[in-house]
Design a protein around this ligand. Structure first.
Ligand code: ATP
Ligand code: MG
Length: 749
């Protein structure tokens, strides 16, 4: 064995508590390794252990590259490796961070200034809007957001989803003009967007053999979590780093692939062996996370997807609580139900931070927040990007970005006149023309503002502004907090907030202070972290990076942000057609399957309790409208389900369990989960009033709505009294016979 400065630790301590397949994966040697397994089977645990195990085998930690899905996960990995000698030297981070890491070191080999700035979506959009203005492009022909998605689509060689047909007449010209200008402007100002981080890193490795070789020999082992959500560029990047004979380990679950819309290719996992020949595959089948009912429910939902390989999953946590589904009368009622459920869990001894509430669209959090507030339940919305999207935070970061990259056009436009320095839109326009005429970046043109034909006042303002940036640039690049302070004082930004009579500016000031505190925290964790590293960190936060365990508060988050996490109690709100699946993805089978996977991801986050709510009506941007339960609910096996209805017959129902057993539901009927538009009424025997219950008459031929099966047509009625049975032809679930007493049918108005 070769000499290693790292003392190996007892390998047995690392695999003793693993099952046999997990141990096989952790200790596998000599060939690429693929671990495919369902949710909660210990994939992430295997990956982390494998890193530790490799270190214990004498592999130097800095020779290990571990790609995680979020920065948080990377921090977590490093934290776990802390007790191993040199453990924190493992390179751990996201694909984007890895791209940035390579380009900061070797970008100049392919003509990229290593002082580049990373643009977030917001910056991209503001640049694009400026381009629209400058080129007189029509936002009615192609909305800037769609144009942005199109740019990503084209950059990725057709990966991802094109929002609109970009080749359509009229659209094409606008798109091409915007695209060219966008690419040119970014290049001219040393700006990279998220796509560039990956694409340019790949180009670097492909074009510069010596750089690729350097990393191939450095990284003896490459490991990737959540492999099902990688795209083709990421895969190619891995192939470059791993090389012909390198060792790679990936773990993933095709059923949890939820980023197809962003270009993720499930094929990466299915064809893994083609890209990394000689792959050894390990399947994990025991789920350690969830109780049997939760697992059965989740499995029943995902089984309906046709584009999948069946997997076997079992748990030894037999039984457990039933999956609790509640139909609310409306959105407000749902909020109350959610708050009530949380309170119940709390009374039963649950910690609040062991409870998570998921929703499909971020806008849904508002109603839940109101209800939690009213009940005095502390909560936190997990959205890491939110803080960094705030106006004042972006302003301060824009100053800092200019210090790091003087050409950063997006940053310059943002703060050159904030606070006011007499540099108005007209001056900027002239500056832009001057820049274009002389082939300069806007930041370079600003240095020659005197020649650009703008007013003396504006030119003076720009000069003062640049002097401030230059002073900050003369400071040591680390630690970062003093640089931010100097910018805040020197620019008068802080003073303008302090002097403002506006209450909002108070809280803006707090956010600015929070950013400075974040910079201090960053310095503590990354003693060598300079301004560029700090800016990279703030640019690459993802929603999930906002997740902080142990807050003592209920966690609210989108399902996408919940990936990889787990909680003892989970509540999924808004389980309705339109959210689950999302209305945008109806009609396209592949997208519909992705929606189902998303629901599977949501359900499988739960360890012990899973509650689901949906509303019979909801006020959406379309107005107040009836809502149909998510078809996924109909797939949950009756004996794992406990349902409650607050909206039956339109009347409020007291708290407590509904006696409605699910035995009379035929849950296993083959389903086309996506409804067609309302069917034409057909031949309706209008007079045939069947029953008038709860004040609502139902007639044969009438359109009805059911909490699980959605909309349908009442076909016939049989039996009588308690045993009255109805036959309904549901639009999506086919013909069902239901016991009227339990059926909770409502007339569709
Ligand atoms: P996901 O598909 O959601 O990413 P995963 O497959 O990565 O899940 P992990 O998060 O690694 O699964 O593990 C799920 C839970 O099971 C964790 O709480 C983990 O600690 C636990 N677990 C995994 N393996 C074992 C084991 N052998 N013994 C005890 N607990 C385990
Ligand atoms: Mg995992």
């Amino acid at each position: 064995m070769s000499y290693s400065p790292y003392t190996p630790v007892d390998p047995d301590g690392l695999v003793g508590d693993l099952n046999e397949s997990q141990r096989e994966a952790v200790t596998h040697a000599g060939s690429p390794l693929l671990v495919v397994a369902g949710a909660g089977t210990g994939k992430t645990r295997v990956l982390t252990r494998r890193v530790a195990w490799l270190v214990a085998q004498g592999i130097q930690p800095w020779r290990i590259l571990a790609i995680t899905f979020t920065n948080k996960a990377a921090d977590e990995l490093r934290r776990r490796l802390e007790q191993l000698p040199g453990g924190t030297d493992v390179w751990a981070g996201t694909f984007h961070r890895f791209g940035s890491f390579l380009l900061r070191r070797h970008g100049n080999e392919i003509g990229i200034d290593t002082g580049f700035t990373i643009l977030d979506r917001d910056d991209q959009l503001s640049i694009l809007k400026a381009i629209y203005k400058d080129l007189d492009l029509d936002t009615g022909v192609l909305r800037p957001v769609d144009c942005l998605a199109g740019i990503s689509h084209r950059k990725n060689g057709g990966g991802g989803r094109a929002p609109v047909d970009l080749t359509m007449q009229g659209v094409a010209a606008t798109f091409d003009a915007a695209y060219d200008s966008y690419v040119r402007r970014l290049r001219g100002a040393d700006l990279l967007d998220f796509d560039d981080l990956l694409l340019d890193a790949l180009r670097l490795l492909q074009e510069c053999e010596h750089v690729a070789e350097q990393y191939r020999s450095r990284f003896a082992h490459v490991l990737v979590d959540e492999y099902q959500d990688t795209n083709l560029v990421q895969r190619d990047l891995l192939m470059e780093v791993v090389g012909e004979n390198g060792l790679i380990t990936v773990v993933g679950d095709p059923d949890q692939s939820i980023y197809r819309w962003r270009g993720a290719a499930v094929r990466n996992i299915l064809d893994f062996d083609d890209h990394f020949p000689g792959t050894h595959t390990v399947l994990l089948e025991r789920n350690y996370r969830s109780t049997a009912h939760i697992l059965a429910a989740a499995e029943a939902v995902i089984e309906r997807n046709s584009e999948r390989h069946a997997k076997r999953l079992y748990t030894e946590q037999a039984g457990g609580k039933l999956v609790h589904v509640t139909r609310a009368r409306d959105g407000e009622d749902e909020g109350r139900i959610v708050a009530h459920r949380v309170a119940e869990w709390q009374e039963a001894g649950r910690r609040l931070d062991h409870i998570a509430i998921f929703y499909r669209v971020n806008a849904m959090s508002r109603g839940i927040e109101i209800a939690l507030n009213q009940s005095g339940i502390p909560y936190v919305v997990v959205a890491g990007t939110e803080f960094f999207q705030r106006r004042e935070v972006k302003d301060v970061l824009a100053y800092a970005r200019l210090v790091s990259n003087p050409k950063d056009e997006a940053a310059l436009m943002r703060v050159v006149n904030t606070p006011r320095r007499g540099v108005g839109a007209a001056s900027l326009r002239k500056l832009r023309d001057f820049a274009d005429d002389h082939g300069l970046a806007l930041g370079e043109a600003a240095r020659r503002a005197g020649e650009a034909g703008i007013s003396k006042r504006a030119a003076n303002g720009i000069e003062r502004f640049l002097a401030l940036i230059d002073r900050a640039r003369a400071m040591p690049p680390a630690p970062v907090a003093p640089i931010l302070e100097a910018l805040l004082e020197g620019s008068g930004y802080r003073a303008s907030l302090e002097d403002s009579p506006d209450d909002l500016d108070r809280s803006r000031l707090e956010n600015v202070d929070e950013l400075v505190a974040y910079a201090r925290e960053f310095a503590k964790r990354n003693p060598e972290g300079d301004l560029a590293a700090f800016l990279e960190r703030t640019a690459l936060v993802s929603d999930q990076d906002g997740y902080e365990p142990g807050t003592g508060r209920v966690m609210l988050m989108s399902v996408h942000a919940a990936k990889g996490l787990e909680f003892p109690c989970v509540l999924i709100a808004g389980a309705e057609l339109g959210y689950f699946p999302h209305g945008r993805n109806l009609g396209d089978p592949a997208s519909e399957e992705e929606e189902r996977r998303l629901f599977y991801v949501a359900m499988t986050r739960a360890k012990e309790e899973l509650a689901i709510t949906h509303a019979a009506r909801r006020t959406t941007y379309m107005g107040d409208e009836p809502r149909v339960a998510s078809p996924y609910l109909g797939d949950i096996p009756g004996d794992s389900l406990d349902s409650e209805d607050h909206a039956a017959w339109g009347a409020p129902v007291a708290w407590g369990r509904s006696s409605a057993g699910s035995a009379s539901f035929d849950f296993d009927a083959p389903a086309d989960p996506f409804p067609a538009d309302d069917l034409p009424p057909g031949d309706m025997p209008g007079e045939d009033v069947v029953r008038d219950a709860g004040g609502i008459g139902l007639e044969v031929g009438e359109r009805v709505i059911h909490p699980y099966f959605g909309m349908g047509r009442l076909e016939s009625v049989g039996g009588g009294g308690e045993d009255t049975r109805v036959t309904v032809d549901f639009d999506t679930h086919g013909v069902k016979q239901l016991l009227l007493r339990h059926a909770r049918l409502e007339k569709l108005t």
